[in-house]
Ligand binder design. Sequence first.
Ligand SMILES: Nc1ncnc2c1ncn2[C@@H]1O[C@H](COP(=O)(O)OP(=O)(O)O)[C@@H](O)[C@H]1O
Ligand SMILES: N[C@@H](CCC(=O)OP(=O)(O)O)C(=O)O
Length: 259
Amino acid sequence: MSRIVVKVGTSTLTYANGSLNIRHIEKLVKVLSDLKNARNEIVLVSSGAIAMGIGKLGLAQRPKDMASKQAAAAVGQCELMYTYDRLFEAYNHIVAQVLLTGEDLNEASRRKNFENTMNRLLQMSAMPILNENDTMATDEISSIGDNDSLAALVSIAIHADLLILMSDIDGLYDSNPRVNPDAKLIPVVLEITDEIRSIAGGAGTPNGTGGMLTKLHAAELCMDHGIDMVILNGAFPDLLYDAIEHRTTGTRFPGRKDL
Ligand SMILES: Nc1ncnc2c1ncn2[C@@H]1O[C@H](COP(=O)(O)OP(=O)(O)O)[C@@H](O)[C@H]1O
Ligand SMILES: N[C@@H](CCC(=O)OP(=O)(O)O)C(=O)O
């Protein structure tokens, strides 16, 4: 049995107009349900609240000011959880919503409460679905919308074996493939060096927020705590089986083994 944190980005879950990408989310839920049936402990960190809120509120574009993004997230988070609840129910899995900020994990008593709740949910075979608490979030993680780092902090707090980031791209390339069509996928990164950081660019779409830089930050946090991290293409959730069974796929960042 493995304890696995899976983070799925906005660009995998929604189209640019904020509508749900039904094909992606249905496939993801199916694979996660199967992994749970195989006795893995799965924690899902899901972005997408702001985009879904924008879609539901009928806003013409992504708002720039913080309060409007927070309001959109509050609307979209309901829609997101409603969707997950319905889809997981079809496979007899129970979902639980957990909203938190980086601050919650920094402060000892709040962190303990988080760990206790997570452990109990997993014992009860429920599937915790986490997102940043966008209403309360200030800029402690970086800015609103860095679930990559949040997923890494969560993986550390609950002693996960593996963190998988599902993105809109196959993994880390040696330069941004949206700019350089000859860019090559890097299958394994053993250390986050300045050279590796220099090849990571920003988000690929208006809805994506972190780009590769926040994913490398997440990788560094995980590796330093002995946790493997893998970046995969969220359009192909079957790749989760490969990542868990250590078959080469996407980009793997092996956790330090000397801890
Ligand atoms: N070296 C790189 N390798 C791969 N992707 C890169 C690189 N540099 C920048 N990117 C961009 O990062 C994007 C993925 O991050 P992001 O848009 O935040 O999506 P997500 O919603 O999955 O977090 C890719 O679509 C790509 O445009
Ligand atoms: N918490 C926000 C943004 C999260 C975020 O990091 O976005 P992404 O870069 O798509 O993973 C939301 O749910 O919309």
